[in-house]
Design a protein around this ligand. Sequence first.
Ligand code: MCN
Ligand code: CUM
Length: 809
Amino acid sequence: MNDQTKIDQDRAERTEKLQGMGCKRKRVEDVRFTQGKGSYVDDLKLPGMLFGDFVRSPHAHARIKSIDTSRAKALPGVVAVLTAADLKPLGLHYMPTLAGDVQAVLAEEKVLFQNQEVAFVIAEDRYIASDATELVDVEYEALPCIVDPFKSMDADAPILREDIQDKMEGAHGPRKHPNHIFEWTIGDKEATDAVFANADVTIKEMLVDHRTHPSPLETCQSVASFDKVKGELTLWGTFQAPHVIRTVVSLISGLPEHKIHVIAPDIGGGFGNKVGAYAGYVCSVVGSIVLGVPVKWVEDRMENLSTTSFARDYHMTTELAATKDGKIQAMRVHVLADHGAFDACADPSKWPAGFMNICTGSYDIPTAHLAVDGVYTNKASGGVAYRCSFRVTEAVFAIERAVELLADKLGMDAAELRIKNFIKPEQFPYKSALGWEYDSGDYHTAMKKAMDTIGYKELREEQAQKREAFKRGETREIMGIGISFFTEIVGAGPAKNCDILGIAMFDSAEIRIHPTGSVIARMGTKSQGQGHETTYAQIIATEIGIPADDIMIEEGNTDTAPYGLGTYGSRSTPVAGAATAVAARKIKAKAQMIAAHMLEVHEGDLEWDVDRFRVKGLPEKFKTMKEIAWAAYNAPPPNMEPGLEAVNYYEPPNMTYPFGAYFCVMDIDVDTGVAKTRRFYALDDCGTRINPMIIEGQVHGGLTEAFACAMGQEIRYDEHGNVMGASFMDFFLPTAVETPNWETDFTVTPSPHHPIGAKGVGESPHVGGVPCFSNAVNDAYAFLGAGHIQMPHDAWRLWTVGQKLGLHT
Ligand code: MCN
Ligand code: CUM
């Protein structure tokens, strides 16, 4: 072995020991999760703790004539019953929403959706509280309700929000009707209309991304404990954004922010459901302040599905204009957004329709216009993202279905049409017609790799043969090939356009190296299962040369973690991940000065080598990061303050734009409507990959939720506003039995503005997956002249399609 080989080998061994970026490091948090040793909100048991439960409205729209709590209060074990009348003097019967609306904590004069919170019973245990909810007598006078958002602004529509009936100026401009929330438009309307008027080919379709729910396994919950002596409130809860919750609680309760301790312990899945603030949080806090003992609130499954947040419910009239040979010239979209009874959409404040204006997708579409109208209906409020960065799933669904419809009309292959319109590698950074600047991308390479791997040409040939066989009556099975090429927009965000209630959407990391060279690091984000304890440590390991196993990551305690805006919109890696790298580099810079002092050389004479600084040209003279850490506390250079720690608050210059190419092969039995996913191939590009195993897990999870949404999951309402699908009996939650096999792949196009070139990935598979499934179904039926088939594509609905097409004999 020659010297260089030895050096290389030694370096490789030291690198491997770090388990840094690029390593398939096993998830450290799973040691406790797989042994049932996680610590969730409901695991918390405090002395004297009481339990709250809600009385909920059976009606979708009704006037409350009276509430009588006397029978409930008389039940042994019941301690208190709160109603709007109790909260009103405190100014807490309404709470502000993230979207600039207010939301009833407990209904005062009216209920506006089924299962709305009417009273909060606090008792010695959960069962007594639950029993007592049945003893609260509420007299209702039922009112006509609005279920169909298209009827919401009719002249004779019942006015839903009487509390803001006369307030015709909303949080996002003028309201056209008492049931109108906002109109949001972007793009050049005149130019777009002109292109459409003169286009060779146009398509127009109402594409519905139906109402669904993130449904994490752990429901929303909180424990509030108010210490009357100290005047301090501790609030444990299922919070994706603990610091924001602390600020909001301070603003609405008047308690000073430093006397509020918000703690998000382990979280059993969030998927967007745990971003917003809910009545249960407020009532547990009020209960504890009033009673001086801890109060716990834990949602049951039905409450979770029917009241805390919904996702989607976008009705998108989508149009494309193109030349005869398939160059897309313009896009025009109108969205009717059903927001339910209160606008509690969880978006950055300036974005009433999230980042819906990413709807031009991965294509170079020169002209576009988007208009969104938000309306009130008698349904639960919410409007959370559900595994997508603020309405990106809706946007990608619109463009990816529209492109397929255009391909159909042009008689062009859908993959070819996409490639023809892709933004070219040399166009990045690319400014889209609706205002975004895509940081980087190489769509052609990704698409080619995907098509070659899946064997696209052969699949189309097989499909052509099967179609002939079907027409000849030899088979009852039809084959669909679904494609989706998506661009995500994650990592909110630059302060110039992203804030939550006025707080700029930066994020943070604080890294502290102990004298022995072990590390604790804290971030402003909060994992709900994404594996942050594993992956942030990998970033630090690579940056400062300390093994990931010696680095502990802590999140979720607002007393110790630096202020951050939390985890949603796949922003942890783009924002807090960047903060982590920058903080680590600050430490490294100080370490270099210490090393120079120790080795008695000038700083500039040192070079970094995996886990140490060494003297250039004298590789045997070095100091390891561990040695430097010890020195930092014991013998720092004169005039240098001791210690080795750093904090960074990172304000990203731009979002990151991960992308991917997905293909789905599906076989559908036209007689039963049963769809079988034969193959699903997902190629993701999230820039620099921190942990390939975790990325694969994220992709598996996101695709499974995409499969759920596209193929069956739905929160439906009947004409009386009764919520259908409020339990797992009706709401489709796929298990391993239904879930297809996933093939994953990748390309790497680093983000040019991110310190380590990483983009987010947590939501990409969902965003790309939903249209891919829907396109597969639509593609299967296309040759039969089915036209656009709305989601969800469960067997019953697909059977209906066959019925309509006269396929059943
Ligand atoms: N990662 C990586 N390399 C990259 C990008 C990400 O290794 N280039 C890793 C990260 O280090 C992190 C994970 O992938 O461990 C996800 O990172 P990121 O894409 O930054 O997303 P966030 O951590 O901000 O997670 C949020 C995202 C969202 S918004 C939803 S919704 C969702 C998702 O994550 N909810 C989840 N994935 C989930 N996974 C689980 N288990 N539970 C949820 O509730
Ligand atoms: Cu998009 S649902 Mo996630 O942002 O918590």
